[in-house]
Design a protein around this ligand. Structure first.
Ligand code: NVA
Length: 308
């Protein structure tokens, strides 16, 4: 099976990543021209966790590509509980052109992909959020007119899916990626090592630190994310104190380049990981970033279907 999946950011080589981003720009410029799913062909969108942007942008995107989105509530389907991942994959792949799945363990997604004759796309796991990083890279390039050589600082939960995806996807795009988080919330060393290997090929670099000022110093792009990811709700209280130092407020943003842009994948908790002044301020590009989920994912689906 030479089908291509997108389970983590490094499933696209650096040159392939740029192809997808170029296609995303073309699709944004001419929104209804590309219709590879006309027929229509259907795409399964499975959600085991909460969603707004991901369900919206994939459903709208599949429709705009000429296809039919089929949203499946993972709790109703009982994946891995009522039926095995293998059986569900066999059933779905007989009827849909691609499977988009938001779930907990990355291993579940890998198990599906190993069996699936149609592309499987990671719509967020505990480990990665690669579709978000495609949209973020498209947004950075729109505002900064380039990617390679820019510095991106990510503050907060450096052990979470966004941190891991910034490391891999940012390195592939040639960014100098700096992630800052407290003790106990640093990225998986295997992912840092993988990012460093990619960086060695693209001219990027990877810095992991506990010091937010080191990460922010002169950065072109500043990103943060919730301190409590989906599935971690029972840890909310214990996470508050260690993360406070990593809050992205006006003083922190002042350490970045004067024309730095601010990213946040949303939902945002104003007064926690980001101040209202910053997310609602002139350097924030979060609404462009949210819109670009649509264009980037349309491009990704199109690319995967063409390369399968
Ligand atoms: N790290 C967050 C991202 C939400 C889009 C989470 O997993 O909940």
């Amino acid at each position: 099976m030479n089908v291509r999946h997108f389970l983590r950011d490094d499933d696209l080589a650096p040159d392939e990543l740029l192809e997808v981003l170029d296609l995303a720009d073309a699709m944004k410029a001419d929104r209804h021209r590309h219709r590879p799913l006309t027929g229509p062909r259907s795409v399964a969108l499975i959600f085991d966790k909460q969603t707004l942007r991901t369900q919206l942008s994939f459903a709208v995107g599949v429709s705009e590509l000429g296809g039919q989105p089929v949203v499946i509530d993972g709790r109703l389907a009982g994946i891995g509980v009522r039926e095995s991942i293998a059986d569900i994959t066999r059933v779905l792949s007989r009827q849909v052109a691609a499977i988009v799945w938001r779930t907990y363990a990355q291993e579940q997604l890998a198990e599906m992909a190993a069996l699936s004759p149609v592309p499987v796309v990671n719509a967020l796991t505990d480990s990665f959020h690669p579709c978000q990083i495609l949209a973020d890279l498209q947004t950075i390039r729109e505002h900064k007119k380039r990617l390679a050589g820019l510095t991106l600082a990510y503050l907060g939960d450096a052990a979470n899916n966004m941190s891991h995806s910034y490391l891999l996807g940012g390195a592939a795009a040639g960014l100098h990626v700096r992630v800052a988080g407290p003790d106990g919330y640093r990225p998986d060393p295997a992912i840092v090592a993988a990012a460093r290997q990619i960086a060695a090929r693209t001219g990027a670099s990877v810095t992991v630190t506990d010091d937010p000022a080191t990460a922010l110093d002169g950065a072109d792009v500043v990103a943060t994310d919730t301190w409590v990811s989906m599935g971690q709700e029972d840890q909310a209280a214990e996470r508050e104190a260690p993360f406070r130092r990593y809050a992205l407020d006006a003083a922190a943003l002042g350490k970045a380049a004067p024309d730095a842009i601010v990213l946040h994948c949303l939902p945002a908790y104003r007064g926690k990981e980001i101040s209202a002044e910053v997310i609602d301020g002139p350097q924030s590009v979060v609404w462009d970033e949210a819109e670009n989920r649509l264009h980037a994912q349309k491009a990704l689906l199109t690319w995967l279907l063409e390369h399968g």
